[in-house]
Design a protein around this ligand. Structure first.
Ligand SMILES: NC(=O)c1ccc[n+]([C@@H]2O[C@H](COP(=O)([O-])OP(=O)(O)OC[C@H]3O[C@@H](n4cnc5c(N)ncnc54)[C@H](OP(=O)(O)O)[C@@H]3O)[C@@H](O)[C@H]2O)c1
Length: 267
């Protein structure tokens, strides 16, 4: 398969209002000269991003304000994204997490997380696959999983489950789409200093500058490299790659036990 050429072509980025998605959007415009279609709930952030990308990098940029935990919004994102516009890439990155006891996780919060991290991603990838294949440029998508999808993470049990789903689904989908020429890259980063860490409280435990913690721009550059090279699975950073190797070699029960010690809330 040829590498993905993003220049002067549109890439959809979900979760483009902050963190990894924001930095991937910037990297597409700055490093690849690509047009960006950002999706998230916060309109002000998306509009500021579009303005920045247009003025600094001379690319086209547009946004769709949508809540991806709502099925109707997910359908609308696909319709609006592809109305009169050919997408070449899609980075399905939007996601939420929590930190705490699985049995105390609010039921509504769990369903929102499942709808955002899993359901919207399955629906959008299913709708986008024929669209990306239809064009002679044969585009690609990237699904954002996590090292928490490779290793069971106690106190993020349900989040870890959503990311394991993304990993398995994405790797299987990549094989199904091979004959169409559309690539599927699963990206599985470890800790990134973003709002997700702040919002979940995890930033109190894992701090910027700690071993293995990445900045969002650094992580975005790994992600774009893997995406444009159409890699099937990308795990950025030596520590995360070592954890991935451990996940293949060591018993999952042992890994879960060690991870529990790291993630158990409290002093
Ligand atoms: N940070 C980490 O340590 C880490 C590690 C591994 C994997 N990841 C994964 O990386 C991805 C990006 O996370 P991040 O760290 O960059 O977090 P972030 O800074 O909190 O960004 C999350 C993005 O998702 C969007 N989003 C959340 N819920 C949404 C919804 N219902 N509808 C539409 N958009 C929604 C947010 O936008 P709005 O709030 O404006 O809607 C935001 O743009 C996630 O899938 C996460 O699981 C993160």
């Amino acid at each position: 398969m040829k590498t993905l050429e993003l220049r002067n072509r549109w890439t959809l980025v979900t979760g483009a209002s902050s963190g990894l998605g924001l930095e991937m959007a910037r990297a597409i415009a700055r490093d690849h000269g690509g047009h960006v279609l950002g999706v998230a709930r916060r309109r002000d952030r998306l509009e500021a991003l579009c303005e920045e990308l247009r003025t600094r990098h001379g690319v086209q940029a547009d946004c769709i304000v949508a809540d991806l935990s709502r099925p109707a919004d997910v359908e609308r994102v696909f319709t609006e994204a592809t109305r009169g516009r050919q997408l070449h890439g899609a980075l399905l990155n939007a996601g939420v997490t929590y930190w705490g006891d699985a049995v105390k996780l609010d039921w509504g919060a769990f369903q929102t997380m499942l709808d955002t991290n899993v359901t919207s991603l399955v629906r959008l990838s299913g709708l986008l696959a024929p669209h990306l294949a239809a064009h002679d440029t044969q585009g690609g998508m990237m699904l954002v999983s996590s090292v928490a999808g490779l290793i069971p993470v106690p106190y993020q049990a349900a989040y870890s489950g959503t990311k394991a789903f993304v990993l398995g689904y994405g790797q299987a989908l990549a094989q199904e789409l091979r004959p169409t020429g559309v690539s599927v890259t699963v990206f599985a980063p470890g800790g990134i200093s973003t709002e997700l860490m702040e919002n979940s409280g995890l930033a109190q435990r894992f701090k910027t500058g700690d071993l293995g913690m990445m900045t969002a721009p650094e992580c975005a550059s790994h992600a774009l490299r893997a995406f444009t090279r159409r890699k099937a699975l990308s795990i950025p950073g030596l520590l995360n790659q070592t954890l991935a190797l451990a996940a293949r070699l060591l018993p999952r029960g042992f890994l879960a036990q060690r991870t529990a010690a790291l993630y158990r809330p409290g002093p």
